[in-house]
Write a new protein. Structure first.
Lengths: 476, 476
């Protein structure tokens, strides 16, 4: 079935790509999804990109339980206010009603900091630099595959530190060296980073850092967050340590998470009207070989050559797949692999073999040409890097083309309406102005500069003196 | 704190090893555990060993939801009877009571086969060869860390096939090429494989294949199972396909799982009175370097040499850690790394350096000797393989030494009591005899021969003609 175009109906386009490319589908319990093998293979690459960097920056993985006693959730006041309305609660187990209900974790600060209270005694026990890969549950009223599901998969890092400076540096390290690097270098997402306004902060955080991407419908997507939590959780769960000064102190905390939502971000950043376009470093299949033949003789010859090419590409470290399905014609296969976003297609027919060549087609729109079989693996390695850069470049250009500095509130509201994108404008720092923009345009402050300096000029909303530049956008 | 000895109190020994080696600890919700970083690093190696082989045998990973609508569980009669008493149930979410309660998955056959009904239309859609890594929940009255916890981590494979033969071959393939290979080659567990008796089968299975290890307390541990499910789930969830004969058929199923329980199996198979002993292929740290010095001068020299050795070992693909903690003395470090089961320790002091050597100590009991620094990485690679073989050999010998062929029921009961182990004895196939052994000795049939042939002689319990040889043992 043909895809809707992005311009005609972006949500329908997204839904059909997720379905037709066999990435995911809704499951039976409300708001949950099945991540299908092709979608999960992409997620495994996302995990690898993030996990490698989590470990390279000195963190270790561990695992905390799914269930959290309800009373634990209630100890940090802001946190419970933020999450209590969204939790799923287990009231019965083993055939009996539980004495105390259990919350299915919406995030794990509570159980982790209750445990850190036992692990942390002295400054010598610090820092704790831990992460877990887990499923979490937040009841969603308007679920969308990958973007907002009742259950999702993510990693959540939880660190404990001796000083505020060290904890803030940790939150920034994760932002820059883990998330931004993985998103830019592997996922090809030209994310922008900054701080959240107070209204948009994580429940219980002192400061939330964020990475924001711009999707092809000119809406922003929060791709990951890293929180400096101050001593809030240490106070709530009684986590103190004997400091170098011989006194008891509360530990400083960070937490940070990135989730299966990133798969949605990849789809909506790189996709086009023919479907998914996957950056080669993320693609489960980087090169697909489609054999073309008419007779049985041709078939044997072409499939033999395809197998030889697969072996050579595999030896060069390329993730290659030969689509030797008998029941489908080449044109059907071309469409299907385009829909699935495979970066490079090799067409191989008798005429190609006669000329010792293969036809190479790029999914990023770079056209199609005949390449000699000699030296093919090396040239393809180079081509894949080129496609990686070109997809990132496309996305960056698109974002820049949809980043505006409106001169007035009216202009900002008009631009938000059409074409949409990021609006960089001076802000007085007042939550009333932030609320007014949201009420008028549905846009929120996506991020504020990391190291804010006072700006010239007046707040684009109220005209009072501005304190910094905010980036507004409508968002997922 | 000193460990209890294995012979004095095996359960206390196990509990203390898990605690002191910082593998895991009980968490707040009943029967749940925190898997600590060192324990989780071992689990990650177990996962890698199994996941690599799952993929190498042609399977793909995907992900199904945590929550299963209660009514789904009820569709396969035997299955619900087996699992309903153990499930945890979510009755409230998003601040409201749910119209239909949700079961937290105890295993995923139900939701997966309800979904396969949509994915399978024709024999061309078969086989489906899928696996997921997930957490599952089964309410446990007597939890034990790793061995039996309310929530545990595992992989569960779920495949669908056109024919019975193909499905049975799949269940056997997983048994041999995935589980046995990973357990024998990486975890160093000399598991025995076989079929379960009807009484010990998975709820809903036609045939359950099992891998059984013998622990150091002479109790057996079920290390993994692979089930041939026949058409039971296809019938319960309406999974039919148009066959090559133009008719509708129900698909044939397998499922198979291995869990964090394997970490417990590693501890209890290889551990000794000084703590854990890890097979090198599984060990997060294969070689620990302990620098020895008295003065600041010596310190600089020894730490410099240790760093150089670390680099060389790292370059040779060895997982190496330099324990440069200032606040602990070498003797303390020796004990700690022995407790944590690191296969090889390198001691490095000024006298070693004067002689261009390091002192190499094996955790498997192979002693301690001085080795020249020249050629050290290559020799250590060889040594690690030797330790891998020696731990496997120890475990295999221990199992063989505790495998008996009792001549009478009285002798079998005595041997089960002391010293314990596997009892191979003829069985008539009657569930009454099986039940009697369990009542008398707490031993169950751990496995039956894979391809049973009638045996000579009479059932060791009732004296009727025996149909096959059963392996009895007390078990976890």
């Amino acid at each position: 079935m043909a895809l809707p175009t992005q311009s005609a109906d972006f949500p329908a386009w997204y839904q059909e790509v997720v379905k037709q490319a066999e990435l995911a589908e809704p499951s039976l319990a409300r708001g949950t999804m099945v991540i299908r093998p092709y979608g999960f293979a992409i997620w495994e690459k996302v995990q690898r990109a993030i996990d490698d960097r989590i470990k390279a920056t000195g963190h270790q993985n561990l695992y905390f339980p799914l269930f959290i006693p309800y009373r634990l959730l209630e100890k940090e006041a802001e946190h419970v206010e933020g999450f209590a309305p969204e939790v799923a609660v287990v009231t019965h187990a083993g055939g009996e009603e539980l004495e105390e209900p259990l919350v299915v974790r919406p995030t794990s600060e509570t159980v982790i900091w209750a445990t850190y209270a036992r692990w942390i005694q002295s400054y010598r026990d610090l820092p704790l630099l831990y992460n877990q890969w887990a499923n979490v549950v937040r009841w969603e009223l308007r679920p969308r595959l990958f973007l907002r599901t009742t259950e999702f998969l993510w990693q959540e890092g939880h660190t404990a530190h001796e000083t505020e400076d060290e904890a803030v540096a940790e939150a920034r390290l994760i932002l820059d060296r883990v998330y931004r690097e993985a998103m830019v270098d592997v996922l090809g997402l030209p994310v922008l980073v900054g701080r959240k306004s107070a209204a948009e902060r994580f429940a219980g955080a002192v400061e939330t850092f964020t990475l924001e991407g711009l999707m092809r419908d000119r809406k922003a997507l929060q791709a990951g967050t890293s929180h400096y939590l101050g001593q809030n959780f240490a106070r709530a769960y009684g986590v103190t340590f004997l400091g170098r000064d011989g006194k008891e102190h509360h530990a400083y905390a960070t937490s940070w998470g990135a989730s299966t939502r990133l798969v949605g971000g990849v789809i909506m950043t790189h996709g086009d009207d023919r479907g998914l376009r996957l950056p080669p470093r993320l693609a489960p299949i980087q090169v697909v070989v489609v054999p073309i033949y008419r007779s049985d003789d041709e078939r044997g010859r072409v499939l033999g050559a395809a197998a030889a090419i697969r072996e050579r590409l595999d030896g060069a470290g390329i993730r290659v797949h030969v689509d030797d399905r008998e029941e489908q014609r080449p044109g059907f296969k071309f469409n299907e692999w385009e829909l699935k976003g495979v970066p490079v297609r090799l067409e191989l027919g008798p005429r190609d073999l006669d000329a010792d060549q293969a036809t190479v087609a790029r999914r990023d729109g770079g056209g199609k040409e005949a390449w000699p079989l000699a030296g093919l693996p090396e040239r393809l390695v180079t081509l894949l890097e080129e496609v990686q850069r070109s997809l990132f470049g496309d996305a960056e250009r698109f974002r820049d083309d949809h980043t505006f500095r409106p001169g007035s509130y009216t202009e900002m509201a008009e631009l938000l309406d059409d074409p949409g994108g990021f609006m960089l404008a001076p802000w007085c720092g007042g939550p009333e102005c932030e609320a007014r923009v949201k009420a008028d345009t549905r846009a929120t402050i996506r991020f504020l500069p990391l190291d804010p300096e006072p700006v010239e000029g007046s707040c684009i909303v109220c005209g009072s003196p501005a304190t910094e530049t905010a980036a507004w956008a409508q968002a997922y």
